[in-house]
Write a protein that binds this ligand. Structure first.
Ligand code: SAH
Length: 349
């Protein structure tokens, strides 16, 4: 067996590689290796989830953000961004529509908008839970204090998505302004875990200054932290950010990493992200075939979808949710999978 075949074998059987071994696997990437990894990842996933694909409905509640991340289209310095914030009624209406369409998880996502205080969010969370008691509520609202996370959890929130963005401190500093801190990001993830949330982390693939060394650290971080979910997608530049001229990440590398992550932690919930679908017209299908098992069709009102533009060219901003879900269902069925009406909790091996 070649060196890389031995590494794949070790990963498959132990879920573990050293940092330099991950680097070697990433640097040695070929179509053939990608095919092998994907076949093994699919085998592991099918043993746990069969052909089921879970759906989550993100509701993009605000594009107002106090942060200034260099990569993000809704950063506070982007004066071209047309800002909005949904009302409680609008958010609840999105959840009601989603429920009728078969969604059993709602993801409230947004910029770090001070309007969404604990009181405001708690009231929305408890209303969604009282209307749709069989659904999970996931939050993706950025960094908050432990007390705040606790209050939101007590109001009924089940899960929290907070991408770590990069597990390398120096790299983190190159993607964010000085006032943001790697340590605080990690503190938040630990607090969320300690409180009892199901926790999702994640990172962008081919973000500026990222090499296989940083990616290897991300993979080691996933081994150690063992998140319930992990969102990864290619970096895609946005025209009104300092990274406007940087190169876009590839769907192929993203899929390669999805397969590796599935082998690290076979039960993990792995979305084929919208960014993956934006970088390649059949990116989400490729993601599923590489080991992903979740898709996240947008539940936001059509009038705001274009405004929640984290990167250029974001797909699915024109059609109503019902159309989106029909389109995705067709795509998923075509590759031999099915979308299920389910909360989509993690299933342990
Ligand atoms: N404010 C929330 C939600 C952030 S948006 C939070 O801090 O968690 C969700 C994710 O989109 C980010 O975590 C980031 O990884 C991703 N993202 C932002 N800009 C992007 C870009 N230009 N290309 C690809 N992904 C991007």
């Amino acid at each position: 067996m070649s060196d890389t075949d031995l590494l794949i074998d070790k990963l498959f059987h132990t879920g573990h590689l050293e940092e330099d071994e991950y680097r070697c696997l990433i640097d040695g990437r070929t179509d053939e290796l990608a095919g092998k990894l994907a076949a093994l990842a699919v085998q592991k996933r099918e043993g746990i989830y069969g052909k089921d694909v879970f759906i989550r409905g993100p509701i993009e509640i605000s594009n107002i953000c106090r942060n200034d991340c260099y990569y993000c289209g809704i950063r506070r310095s982007n004066t071209e961004c047309d800002r909005y914030r949904l009302t409680q009624e609008e958010i609840l209406a999105c959840a009601d529509t989603g429920y009728e369409l078969g969604f059993r998880t709602f993801v409230l996502q947004g910029g770090e908008d001070p309007f969404f205080s604990d009181d405001v969010l708690c009231s929305i969370i408890s209303e969604i839970k009282s209307r749709h008691g069989d659904c999970a509520v996931t939050l993706s609202m950025g960094e908050r204090s432990k007390e705040s996370y606790q209050r939101l959890y007590d109001a009924g929130a089940d899960r929290y998505l907070l991408r770590h963005e990069t597990a390398d401190r120096t790299h983190y500093g190159r993607l964010h302004p000085e006032e943001m801190s790697f340590d605080n990001r990690m503190r938040c993830l630990q607090d969320l875990r300690d409180i009892g949330y199901m926790v999702g982390c994640g990172f962008m693939v081919s973000s500026p200054y990222q090499t296989s060394a940083e990616l290897a650290k991300d993979l080691r971080f996933i081994e150690e932290f063992r998140p319930d979910m992990c969102g990864i997608g290619p970096f895609i530049p946005h025209k009104n950010t300092p990274f406007r001229d940087e190169e876009q990440g590839s769907a192929e590398l993203t899929c390669y990493l999805l397969s590796i992550i599935r082998l690290i932690y076979p039960s993990i919930l792995l979305p084929a992200t919208t960014a993956l679908g934006t970088s390649d017209v059949v990116g989400r299908e490729k993601g599923i075939l590489a080991g992903a098992n979740v898709i996240m069709p947008n539940l936001s009102p059509v009038r705001v979808r274009k405004k929640y533009e984290l990167y250029d060219g974001k797909i699915c901003t024109g059609e109503e949710t019902a159309e989106c879900i029909r389109c995705l269902e067709g795509r998923i069925n075509k590759i031999g999978y099915r979308i299920v009406v389910d909360r989509g909790d993690i299933r342990k091996e």
